[in-house]
Design a protein around this ligand. Structure first.
Ligand SMILES: [Zn+2]
Length: 236
């Protein structure tokens, strides 16, 4: 009964994030594959879009590189490099323009000293450490408590929960960073005359779907944290 109840808790906490994640992924895929086939009226590739946006803000020192893979695009604030996937770097599509502008949006945040981006970057090492160690500590502590009945096991498990909270914080601070980068992207694409207003529908669809994947990641992380807390509380 005890483990069945834990299983039901797991379903209740994990399912919303899981379903939202699957929905967001399918939205990203369908929007990307549709608008990767639509050429921009100015026939301008993603790398050129990014270069124009960066240069218009004086960010000549931000480099743009091509990286392998699909949707592997990101901005690296440590090295001031904007890395665009092949399908974005070379292609003059609406999807490519939207993604290139979004990543440029992160470079604009960096240049403007946007606080949430700095906090997010600072949290990266701690998050990598905690997301590896937290499940391990939790599992060891939890089973120590169950099989040896020691209260010490619960302390270890709670330490795992505290560490996991850092990973949750990271997914939450990611939300304003991503939403703001997309907001800047949409604004810049029109004001810099890179896209015409009637081309923005595709950009909106691609970027909004991508934003939803970050919401799903946050919901998943919060659900996992609540699950950990609930089953530990039941042990006490
Ligand atoms: Zn982003």
């Amino acid at each position: 009964m005890y483990f069945l109840n834990n299983w039901l808790f797991w379903l209740a906490f994990a399912l919303p994030g899981l379903l939202l994640g699957l929905y967001a992924q399918s939205k990203v895929k369908s929007a990307y594959s549709k608008y990767a086939k639509v050429r921009t009226e100015r026939n301008i590739a993603g790398s050129q879009v990014a270069r124009e946006l960066l240069d218009s803000h004086g960010l000549y020192d931000v480099l743009i590189e091509r990286v392998p893979g699909e949707l592997t695009d990101h901005y690296d604030p440590r090295n001031k490099v904007l890395r665009l996937s092949e399908g974005v770097y070379d292609k003059p599509s609406i999807a490519a323009a939207g993604i290139a502008a979004h990543e440029s949006g992160h470079a604009l945040q960096h240049a403007a000293g946007y606080k949430a981006l700095g906090l997010r970057t600072a949290l990266v090492p701690a998050t990598q450490f905690s997301s590896k160690l937290a499940p391990l500590l939790f599992t060891i502590g939890f089973f120590l408590n169950i099989f040896i009945g020691t209260g010490f096991g619960l302390y270890i498990a709670w330490a795992g929960v505290a560490l996991f909270a850092i990973a949750v914080l990271f997914t939450l601070i990611t939300l304003p960073v991503e939403f703001d980068a997309s907001r800047r992207a949409k604004q810049q694409l029109v004001t810099q005359n890179i896209l015409f207003p009637d081309e923005m529908e595709g950009v909106n669809k691609v970027l909004n779907a991508a934003a939803l994947t970050y919401v799903a990641a946050a919901v998943t992380a919060i659900g996992q944290l609540l699950y950990y807390i609930t089953i530990l509380n039941r042990r006490q």
